[in-house]
Each structure stands twice: as C-alpha cells, then as structure tokens.
Design a protein around this ligand. Structure first.
Ligand SMILES: C[S@@+](CC[C@H](N)C(=O)[O-])C[C@H]1O[C@@H](n2cnc3c(N)ncnc32)[C@H](O)[C@@H]1O
Length: 195
C-alpha cells in the first residue's frame, strides 16, 4: 500500500490507526530479532495494518505453525485476506482484547510470541490494560510480547503487567521507535496450607 493510501486511512480514523506512515522494514527486522520463530507453534499479531511485519513473520514460521492476526479496521482486513492467502494465517476482524477467546476456538493452548503494532497511547486506558493483561495471560511460559511505540509512555504499565521489559531504540523508522520486549510474568499458584 502507498504511503498516501495509509495517510488517508489515518485521516479517516486517527485514534485507531495511530501513525501517519506504515512501519519500515528496519523496524520489522528489529522486532523479529527477539523471537525464535522457526520453533514457534502459535504466533499472534495485534494491528497488522499493511502487513509488512505479517509477511516477514510468515516467511520465518514452520509449515505447521499458525499466525493469528487481530485487526479492527475492515479495509486492512479486506486487503490482508486478499494480499496474503497463506494457509497458516488467520485474520480476525475483532479487537485484540478478545485474543483468548479466539485462541481457544482455534485449538491453541497459548501463544509463543505476540507482536503488537497497536497505538496504545491513543486507545482508551481501560482497553489498553485489558489488551495487555490478556496478552500476558495468553503467552506460554517463556513466551514474549514484542511491541513498538513512538514514546516511552507505555513502559510503566508494561513493567506492572509483565515485570521484565527490555527497551531497544530503532532510529531508522519514521518516526523513530522504541521496541519493548516483554517476558511473560509467571505467577505461581498459591498452595493451601493445612493447619
Ligand atoms: C500503527 S497501525 C499499524 C501499522 C502497521 N505496523 C503497518 O505497518 O501497516 C495500528 C493498527 O492497529 C489497528 N488497531 C487499533 N486498535 C486495535 C485493536 N483494539 N485490536 C486490533 N487492531 C487494532 C489499527 O486498525 C491499525 O491497523
């Protein structure tokens, strides 16, 4: 998709799209360096938009793996289904917060990696928290939530929800972006102590 086409979609719905340009290949490559996709069984993407990252994820997955992509903008959903008729790709036209419901319906016990291009800073705070909590719950042990943002605003909330968060800067994207690599927070079940 052209930059002008993307800009027009942004102008129609700025809070939902959250960016005036699609992600660069530099940014997508940077995000992918933190995932071992060849050994993943289930990968999730939030807000694939023009599918630059989607295609690069699919190129690295094994034949038996699935990519479940959540996108709320119907124009992007329509383009994605037409542009990438890949048997491992499931495009869900629904919000990222419904992730667990869809993973269960598709027979996945959890995700190895969740990539996000969501504009968290322009999403309503309640939705933002719900999406991040659902992502942490849906990750398998050892799984990672990998997101980019144009500021460090989200970092505090990410640390509250995931605990362990690594931050990396990618200056070659327009605008320059921060990548957040978050490890699943493992909560131990409390044992009942008999007295
Ligand atoms: C910054 S754009 C992603 C751009 C993408 N990386 C690209 O290069 O085209 C953010 C995307 O998130 C989608 N989005 C916003 N809120 C969403 C939600 N709650 N669930 C799923 N997708 C959402 C928007 O429709 C948009 O396509």
């Amino acid at each position: 998709m052209s930059r002008t086409g993307f800009l027009l979609r942004f102008l129609k719905n700025p809070k939902q799209i959250g960016s005036v340009t699609p992600s660069s290949r530099w940014l997508c490559r940077r995000l992918l360096t933190y995932a071992d996709l060849a050994h993943a069984k289930c990968v999730v993407e939030f807000g694939p938009g023009t599918a630059c990252l989607t295609q690069m994820i699919l190129d690295r997955l094994s034949l038996s793996a699935s990519l479940v992509a959540f996108e709320v903008n119907y124009e992007f959903v329509h383009d994605l289904r037409k542009k990438i008729p890949h048997s491992g790709l499931l495009v869900v036209h629904d919000s990222a917060e419904k992730l667990e419901k869809y993973l269960k319906a598709y027979g996945h016990s959890g995700a190895d990696y969740i990539f996000s291009g969501l504009p968290f800073t322009t999403l309503p705070p309640r939705i933002r928290v719900r999406i991040l909590r659902a992502a942490n719950r849906a990750l398998k042990n050892g799984g990672k939530f990998i997101a980019y943002q144009y500021s460090l605003y989200l970092l505090r909330l990410l640390r509250v929800i995931f605990g362990d968060v690594r931050v990396v800067f990618e200056p070659r994207n327009i605008p320059p972006a921060f990548c957040f690599i978050c490890s699943k927070r493992i909560t131990r079940k409390k044992r009942k102590v008999k007295r």
